[in-house]
Design a protein around this ligand. Sequence first.
Ligand code: NAD
Length: 260
Amino acid sequence: MSIQDKVAIVTGAASGIGKEIATVFFQNGAKIVIADLNLEAAQAAASELDPSGARAIAVAMDVTNEEQVDAGIAAAASKLGGIDILVSNAGIQIVAPVDAFDFGNWKKMLAIHLDGAFLTTRACLKLMYGQKRGGSVIYMGSVHSKEASVLKAPYVTAKHGLIGLCKTVAKEGAAHGVRANVICPGFVRTPLVEKQIPEQARELGITEDQVIKNVMLKETVDGEFTTVDDVAQTALFLASFPSNALTGQSIVVSHGWFMQ
Ligand code: NAD
């Protein structure tokens, strides 16, 4: 099981979970494409990995923009020698109750999580099928791919939807040796979650400490946050798994918050 010299594109890899996946993949011998809306941060992350730019590059990409996704993935593939692994990870969070949810924010959430996953998958599958050396597609789901929480309607809807996309890609990709799986993390203390703590405290009328203890970590077996490394090690396992035996699955990494 190895990802040595495989080319991996990770979306949203300028920060948080995606950045750690890019780092762990790089340390395990992969060539890395850091695709992010924030080009400056993506460039900094890529040059932290490989200042020469030979084995880690940054690509400016809004995953909801068809032209940017197609052009960015084509350019990255021609620089690094194709694409073997896609980690569709870029995401945001917007919280509000359903009865007051702004339609524009609903559409923005579905676009980033679902259109982004579809567009990057389509561009990478075309390359993977043509290269005839298989591939691995990993979607960043969430415990919210399996469970609901108040205030998170579009996030829960989109994260559930990724499981459907994954299962379809697993069926279509099998003939080409392309596997697809979903990782479903519990709460990880990235900028995405730091932003939510005061927002949820305000919406629910409780303290920030209560949000952490009684909302985010209440159902875990040990009151602990999941870490970026927990998620990156799971991604490494999925990316390096050698056969179609492990495809169409969703793996929950959440300190027991959700048990299948
Ligand atoms: P983060 O905010 O640290 O990083 C997200 C990255 O995505 C940022 O670099 C941002 O610039 C980029 N991004 C945002 N919109 C984009 C777009 N349209 N196109 C390209 N890039 C874009 O967040 P994170 O916590 O690392 O989240 C990464 C993924 O993990 C998300 O899909 C999130 O839903 C999922 N997730 C996070 C947690 C958690 O607790 N942090 C738990 C489960 C799942």
